[in-house]
Design a protein around this ligand. Sequence first.
Ligand code: NAD
Ligand code: DAU
Length: 339
Amino acid sequence: MKLIVTGGAGFIGSNFIFHWRKAHPEDTIICLDKLTYAGNLPTLKDILDAPNFKFVKADICDRDAVYNLFETEKPDVVVNFAAESHVDRSIEDPSIFLKTNILGTSVLMDACRKYGITRYHQVSTDEVYGDLPLDRPDLLFTEETPIHTSSPYSSSKASADLLVLAYHRTYGLPVTISRCSNNYGPYHFPEKLIPLMIINALHDEKLPVYGDGKNVRDWLYVEDHCRAIDLIIHKGTVGEVYNVGGHNEMANIDIVKLICQALGKPESLIEHVTDRKGHDRRYAIDPTKIHNELGWLPETKFADGIKKTIDWYLNHEDWWQPIIDGDYQNYYQKMYGNR
Ligand code: NAD
Ligand code: DAU
């Protein structure tokens, strides 16, 4: 099988490529990535010269580049991870989110229609369902929960999902969609909660918790997510949406305290700062469908996953230091300077 994996130089895309190469060594992967601020070629350094792997720097919105690639490579499967992924950046400037996440998705699907594929898989998010109240633990997101978005990021991802389903119904494109909760693990870009707190704590810097810190996310180890997408591609039903979640709801403040404890740092580093605009209160996925239909379950317990993640950041300063030494400094000043 030949796959085009878009966004494979980012967090989940790179973990997915590593997973797939191990699980299906006979397959060929072409990674298409624009290498935005979030894309990092050194992540893929060990496989760049591998015989059944190719890296192509391109923008999913660039129709000519995408069509050329499809014409040359004739992929069987396309897995679309490429996106602008950070909610805070979408609040600062929605425009690139609309371009990449919506228009880019349509360009990829147009290429799939023109050249023919056996599967287009869209990597989506639980954020398309909006949020849940803290005082109703019985409520979970199912695949039937109405789309109800809060941020420009989640609106752009929801728009893409609707387009994917429309291409299925209108043109018969063989699509699947996965909507996953918050991932954590190796190669997570330092702007996101868990790596940001680990790296700041290591430098004895303030740990900026938005608002009261009681917002809840449902954390899933990234390898479990990659296994879920693999299963959906091999066994999922075309035209279907699958929720993927960790059965692991945690308040932000508890995660930050846990990181302090694991690194032997004082909780006095924690600083409550101005809340995110439109901040979703709680996410919680019901993954019953993917369990019943495909036999998937999250395998990594949070206690083990967070330990592996912290150890990874302790042992891979060579990966994150060049990132935080670059443009990231300007980003950090802009986002947190006056918060
Ligand atoms: P990321 O920001 O770490 O990586 C995104 C990658 O996409 C980068 O390599 C970037 O260079 C590339 N990219 C961005 N714009 C592009 C373009 N126009 N053309 C080609 N490549 C482009 O993101 P991530 O956290 O790995 O998320 C991957 C996907 O999974 C996204 O679609 C995101 O919405 C979704 N998702 C993420 C999470 C999570 O917790 N991180 C959870 C659910 C769903
Ligand atoms: O739920 C899936 C989504 O998870 C994905 O679709 C997104 O691409 C991904 O970025 C993630 O979105 P979140 O907004 O939930 O993740 P983030 O790491 O930005 O924030 C997690 C929580 O931590 C959120 O409630 C905001 C809070 N937070 C975040 C940062 C960066 C803080 O309190 N302080 C911070 O400095």
